[in-house]
Design a protein around this ligand. Structure first.
Ligand SMILES: [Fe+2]
Ligand SMILES: [Fe+2]
Length: 297
């Protein structure tokens, strides 16, 4: 049998192919209906209600930008070509996600603010970012950068736990869940925003792959390199303080639709589920088709 360059049966090669096959363009999503629906919609508490919606988008946009910037050290550290091919797709996808939120602010948020006579805001304004949010992303940046000068299996686990598990697998998944439920016609208290839902659906599907990759690598470091489960647990537990803080700081206790309590519950379900999939030898990480599927919420 001849030797080929790529191992196309490798899990990470399959993730890479899945990313190529599911390619989408953030500039092709139709946003006119969203702009009209939001401009015509009266949030129960007016500008404040719109403010929570707007803040969620600012947090997502800044988060996508941060993860785009912070992924590169992993691409330097990884050895296998199949892993590196996957990470190139992830970096490209994070860039597209950041682009989608930037576009939504330009084409929907700012025009709606103008129509409604609200203050016209910038998505980078400090007011949107609670301290817990800054702390979480600073921790992620440090954990990723550490791979450039101290690349050990233990530090890899810490980096993946910050990036793929807590930010992508717990915090972002929780917020995607809320956005999807609230703006896809399921709840009368919110406008129906098909462009936002379409963008989020594509992003969530990409993120499913990213989370799967991170969990797969963590599991590998634990089972093959002997990294203790306590490294994973301690890292995740420390970071959950920030994620819970972010959920409290950026939601209303009595909001209609998916409220704060349900979000906190969803985040801890995800936390439990992720750790179970990694640490239980019999619990498999879902395959790529399941990871990118959006049902089952
Ligand atoms: Fe992303
Ligand atoms: Fe991601």
């Amino acid at each position: 049998m001849s030797e080929y360059s790529l191992d196309n049966s490798a899990k990470t090669y399959r993730y890479y192919r899945n990313a190529v096959e599911r390619h989408w363009d953030p500039h092709e999503i139709e946003l006119d209906e969203d702009r009209e629906a939001l401009a015509a919609f009266e949030f129960e508490d007016g500008e404040e209600g719109f403010g929570y919606f707007r803040q969620t988008l600012a947090l997502f946009g800044a988060g996508e930008e941060a993860v785009t910037e912070d992924l590169a050290p992993l691409a330097v550290a990884l050895e296998g070509i199949e892993d590196q091919m996957f990470v190139t797709t992830q970096m490209y996808e994070e860039a597209k996600h950041a682009d989608f939120f930037d576009r939504y602010w330009r084409e929907v948020v700012n025009p709606v603010e103008e129509t409604k006579g609200y203050e016209v805001t910038s998505p980078t304004d400090d007011r949107f970012f609670p301290e817990n949010y800054d702390s979480l992303f600073e921790s992620n940046e440090r954990a990723m950068r550490r791979l450039l000068d101290d690349d050990t299996p233990e530090n890899r686990v810490k980096a993946h736990a910050n990036y793929h598990l807590v930010i992508e697998g717990i915090l972002a998944q929780t917020a995607y869940y809320a956005i999807h439920k609230n703006f896809s016609e399921e709840i009368d208290d919110y406008p129906h925003l098909p462009g936002l839902v379409e963008g989020f659906s594509n992003i969530r599907s990409d993120e499913g792959r990213h989370v799967g990759f991170g969990m797969h690598k963590i599991k590998q470091h634990i089972t093959e390199d002997g990294v203790g489960i306590s490294v994973l647990n301690d890292t995740v537990n420390d970071l959950m303080v920030y994620t819970n803080g972010i959920l409290v700081d950026t939601t209303e206790g009595d909001a209609p639709g998916v409220g704060r309590d349900r979000l906190m519950e969803f985040a801890s379900e995800k936390h439990r589920e992720r750790l179970e999939q990694i640490t239980n030898a019999d619990a498999d990480i879902p395959d790529v088709d399941e990871l990118v599927r959006l049902s089952g919420d």
